[in-house]
Design a protein around this ligand. Sequence first.
Ligand SMILES: NC(=O)c1ccc[n+]([C@@H]2O[C@H](COP(=O)([O-])OP(=O)(O)OC[C@H]3O[C@@H](n4cnc5c(N)ncnc54)[C@H](O)[C@@H]3O)[C@@H](O)[C@H]2O)c1
Length: 307
Amino acid sequence: MSLKQQTILITGGLGQIGHFLYSILKNSYQICILDNESEAKYNPPDDAFFLKGNILDDEIFAKLPAIDYIIHCAAQISINQSVNEPVFDAQNNILGTLKVLEFARKNNIKKFIYLSSAAVFGQPHFLPITEEHPRNPISPYGLSKYVGEKYVLLYSELFALNSIVLIPFNIYSPLLKEDDPYAGVLSKFISAVKQNLPPRIEGDGKQTRDFIHVKDLALAVKLALEKDTGENRVFNIGSGKAVSVEELAKLVIEISGKDLKPVYVEARIGDIKESYCSTEKVIRILDFKPTIQFEDGLKELYNHIEI
Ligand SMILES: NC(=O)c1ccc[n+]([C@@H]2O[C@H](COP(=O)([O-])OP(=O)(O)OC[C@H]3O[C@@H](n4cnc5c(N)ncnc54)[C@H](O)[C@@H]3O)[C@@H](O)[C@H]2O)c1
């Protein structure tokens, strides 16, 4: 069967990441999107089958066409909301994942890809963070994503579901919002500098993050979908490079060409100090290398953000 005859279900396919997955996969596969539009960033594309619905709704799955693969992106992704509404978070991220897994189990899905989150790790015990790093989530969101991971891997054990868990680190995209839990700091600094205001660094600015462009994440998902990874099921997706918040502020100022200096304000309570991932496994097994240098992606974002 040619790939184009095979159908991929992207749950949450109208979101920041789902849209780029649709874009990279649409020429090779039929795409089906299931999204309740609660946090949609894009309109349903004309050349995909779109079903508006909630993954928590059992009835919705009967309305889907025949599906070969699933990429499960639908989730509530706000750390703040998970703290304020932990039940809502658990319903979407734990029960929602379980419902999609049940659909996969009953429909002999060829591969199930789950997008986890670096939030599962909590405060790192060692760096770089490997796939084996202990999971000690410090938010209901981190915990719900972790339980999702465990369910996915258990379904592989119990029901021979061919699954892959990808752990994206800090994803940025052209539609990045300032309140984005992963990379909002990029938008905040860019907006400030564009308004001739200094970037505000919380704490000493030595805290690090591992930023990766959404197009590179989409590439990693495609590789995970198409490559035989054997018994290897869990992969970090990041650049493997630590960028400090201080360096980030300097880079944004440099891109702007303006004469600004960052200001330092009080640190956020519970902020993770250092975070970057080991990419050894994803390079070795999936042959994945990011194609967009951070400086180039940041320039693109700078030009894209309007104030
Ligand atoms: N953005 C990041 O940096 C990042 C990092 C690590 C992991 N992730 C994970 O990647 C996945 C996608 O994240 P994103 O940044 O694209 O988020 P997003 O909020 O942009 O997209 C999520 C999409 O899912 C839909 N959705 C939410 N709940 C739903 C439900 N119950 N039923 C149907 N549709 C629902 C929303 O309408 C939205 O279109 C999530 O699972 C998230 O945990 C994201």
